[in-house]
Ligand binder design. Structure first.
Ligand code: PEP
Ligand code: MN
Length: 338
């Protein structure tokens, strides 16, 4: 349920109202905009009478929210959320476009630093690299783990690019202290224990859509993180599993405008995992920019043929530069797709 507060309501009265709501065992979420304040009530609101709320002078209107996601819901929070990335000054959302690039996995210090320098020159604003890799086969390369994070941090130091890396186990959280954005991969989108723990941190979380999950399920997973107090969630559409086999997954680009309608959280697109094929990355990246994505995450490798993971979908740095240029042109041409 959401309560819209009258524009000139005295703050003191608003506070009294919030205290009363909280004394009834509801949690509140207050969103203060330029013209109005909205109070979200979290809990079983079926026991509240609309009339009772309307009897407060400061209340302009009361609306029931039927969706089970509250904090991620745009009705609660009409303005786009802008996620600040550490102390880098970088922001994601509401016109702040993130261009994230880097290898699928960190393979060596030299590799990740070399790629970081090249993607930065080509227009990347953030560096990606997996240190803990969720591989389908237990016999495949599982990542350099703590060393991988260490090499990423060195690349950050060398280039100034903020870094994003995937967490698979909450016990590894201390290793991520200086990682700017923590990624929750598609396979862990519904690892609710992990989401809850990440909700207790103040790190931006890049939450990828699961292989076979609906948009509403993605939003419920965001809700797990947000209900713990961490509102810095960035959603990522990375393709879903369908009957189609010519691409690794099927990129559901309609998820971008749908999510923008349903939630205030930023939405980025991963055309690399979505298609699994390097030559399809550019057209899908351009399409994502045209339909209003708040950023892209793209796999780039200096030697894709010999990559330890996902070489077939990885771009060479010069190909990434070409994609970054095309995406910029689309963004300028499209103005705002929303
Ligand atoms: C990744 O980004 O490295 C990754 C494993 O992606 P996903 O979880 O989307 O498969
Ligand atoms: Mn990958």
């Amino acid at each position: 349920m959401i309560v819209i507060v009258k524009p000139q309501a005295p703050q003191e009265k608003v506070n009294e109202f919030i205290q009363w709501i909280e004394s009834q065992n509801f949690k509140t979420h207050v969103s203060t905009g330029d013209y109005s304040t909205i109070i979200g009530l979290i809990g079983d609101t079926s026991r509240l009478q609309e009339d009772q709320l309307l009897s407060y002078d400061i209340v302009e209107a009361v609306k029931k929210v039927t969706e089970p996601f509250k904090q991620a819901n745009r009705k609660f929070h009409p303005h786009d959320t802008i996620v600040p990335v550490g102390d880098s000054g970088l922001k994601i959302g509401h016109g702040n476009f993130a261009m994230i690039a880097g290898p699928c996995s960190v393979e060596s210090e030299e590799q990740v630093i070399g790629i970081a320098k090249l993607v930065k020159q080509a227009g990347a604003t953030m560096l990606r690299g997996g240190a803990f890799k969720p591989r389908t086969s237990p016999y495949d390369f599982q990542g350099l783990k703590a060393d991988g994070i260490k090499f990423l941090l060195e690349a950050k130091q060398e280039t100034g690019l903020p870094i994003v890396s995937e967490i698979m186990n909450i016990n590894h959280l201390p290793l991520f202290e200086d990682v700017d954005v923590i990624q929750v991969g598609a396979r862990n989108m519904q690892n609710f224990e992990l989401l809850r723990e990440l909700g207790k941190t103040n790190k931006p979380i890049l939450l990828k859509r699961g292989l076979a999950n609906t948009i509403k399920e993605l939003l419920m997973s965001a809700e797990y993180i947000m209900s713990g107090g961490n509102e810095n969630v960035i959603l990522c559409e990375r393709g879903i599993r369908t009957f189609e086999t010519t691409t690794r997954n099927t990129l559901d680009l309609s998820a971008v405008p749908v999510l923008h309608e349903l939630t205030h959280l930023p939405v980025i697109v991963d055309p690399s995992h979505a298609t699994g094929v390097a030559r399809y990355v550019k057209p899908m990246a351009m399409a994502a920019a045209a339909c209003g994505a708040d950023g892209l995450i793209i796999e780039v490798h200096n030697d894709p043929i010999h990559a330890l993971c996902d070489g077939a979908q990885s771009l060479l740095p010069e190909q990434f530069a070409d994609v970054a240029g095309a995406v910029n042109a689309i963004r300028i041409a499209a103005g705002s797709a929303r």
